[in-house]
Design a protein around this ligand. Sequence first.
Ligand SMILES: Cc1cc2nc3c(=O)[nH]c(=O)nc-3n(C[C@H](O)[C@H](O)[C@H](O)COP(=O)(O)OP(=O)(O)OC[C@H]3O[C@@H](n4cnc5c(N)ncnc54)[C@H](O)[C@@H]3O)c2cc1C
Length: 418
Amino acid sequence: MNDGDLSAPMFTPDAFRLRADQANLIGEARRFGREVVGPRAARYDRDATFPLENFRDMHQRGLLSVCIPKANGGLGADFQTYCLAAAELGRYCGATALSWNMHVCSTLWSGPLADDLPMSAKDRAEHEKRRSLHYDRVVNEGAVYAQPFSEGGPAAAGTAAFGTQARPVDDGFIVNGQKIFASLSGAADYYGILCTERVEGEAPSRRRTLYLSVPANAPGVQVIGDWDPLGMRGTVSRTLVFNDVFVPSDEMLMPRGIYFQAATCWPHMFLTLSPTYMGLTQAAYDFAVAYLRGEVAGMPPVKRRMFPTKQIAVAQMRIMLEQTKALWFQAITEACANPTREQVLRAYAAQYTVMENSNAVSAMAIRTCGGQAMLRSLPLERIYRDSRCGSLMLPWTAEICLDRLGRDTLYEPGENDD
Ligand SMILES: Cc1cc2nc3c(=O)[nH]c(=O)nc-3n(C[C@H](O)[C@H](O)[C@H](O)COP(=O)(O)OP(=O)(O)OC[C@H]3O[C@@H](n4cnc5c(N)ncnc54)[C@H](O)[C@@H]3O)c2cc1C
C-alpha cells in the first residue's frame, strides 16, 4: 500500500506476489508516468490535444511494445503485468494511459490472447506472418495503433454486427463506414477497426467481424468533427470516416472468425479499459492524503487533518480504494481463455467497481479537501473529470455490467420464465 510515498507502487510486489521481472516493468511505467508524462498532463488536458511526444518517448523506452513477445523484440508482458503497468501510468495522466491502452490492445489481442484461441495450422501460420509485420512497425518504427470500434449504434456493446463493412476484393478489402470516439484520431499511424465482412446474399453477422488495421494515410480515410469534452481531453477521440478505403489482406490483425471467438471465449479482453481508472482512483486518494497533510507542492501548508470529519472521509476513501484494488487485482489475475461463469461475473463486478469508484473517490476527495483543491493548477479536478468517463465506455459500461450481473446471476444459461 502507498504509505504516504506518492511514488510507491500501487501493488507492492511482495504483498501481491509479483515476480521481479513484472515489478521491474511496472516500475518502469510508474517512473515514466511520474517523471515524464505527469508534468505534461495539464497542458494536453487544457488544450485538448494529443500527447504524441509521450508516445515517442514510450517508443524509446520499449513501452509501445510492452505486450509484443520478446522473440519479436517486445517486452513480452502478459495480461496481468500490462494491466498493472497501465494503472501506474493512469495515476499521472488518464488520457495517456487510456490512449496507450488502445494502442497496446492491438498487440495484446493479436498476440498472447490470440495464442490461447484454437486456429487451423494454416490460419496460425498466416497470423504469425501478419502480426510480425505489425510488431515490426511498432518495435522498429514506433508505429502507433488506435482502436476505434464505437459507431453510435448497438455494435460496440456486442449485440449487433458492426455497421462498418469490408467488401472482399483481390488481395484485400474495400472498407466503408464511420467510427465515433476514435481516441488517437489524427495521431495514430494505423486504425485497428472492427468491421463486418460482407458476403453476397448473407445478412451481416457478428461472426463475420474482421479486425483490420487501416493505414491512417490510406486514400478515403478522414477525421472529422471537433473535440471539446468534459474529460479525457488528451485522447482526442474524434470521428473517423472510411470511404472506399482499400485495405490489404496483410492488415488483418486476426484471422477470419477469431475476433468473434475472442469476444466469446476471452471476455476479460474488455477489462483493459479499467487499469487507467484504477490509477485515477489511486491518484485521487493520494492527492487527498497529501493535501490534508499539507504536503501538496505549491500550496500553503493549511493542515486540516485534525478534524474528525476529514479523518472519517479519508478512512472511507481508503476503504473504497482497498476494495477496488482487491477485486480488480483478482479479476486481472484470473483472466484467461474460457473462464468460469463466476470469473466472468467477477470481471463485470470489477469493471463496475473501478469505473464507479474512481469517480466517487475523486468526488469525495474534492469535497474533503475543499475549494482550493479544485483549482485547475492542481491535478484533482482533472482526475475528477477524467474519472467521470470510465463508466460510459463500451462494451462494458457500468449499466451493461449491472444488467449482465443481475440477469446472469438469476438465470442459468438457457433458463427463462416461460
Ligand atoms: C474519452 C473517451 C474515449 C473513447 N475512446 C474510444 C476509442 O478509442 N474507441 C472506441 O471504440 N470507443 C471509444 N470511446 C467510446 C465509448 O466506448 C462508447 O462507445 C461511447 O462513449 C458510447 O457512446 P454513448 O454513450 O452515446 O453510447 P450508447 O450506445 O448510446 O449508450 C448509452 C448508454 O446506454 C447503455 N447501453 C448501451 N447499449 C446497451 C445495451 N445493449 N444494454 C444495456 N445498456 C446499454 C450504456 O450504459 C451506455 O452508457 C471513448 C469514449 C470516451 C468517453
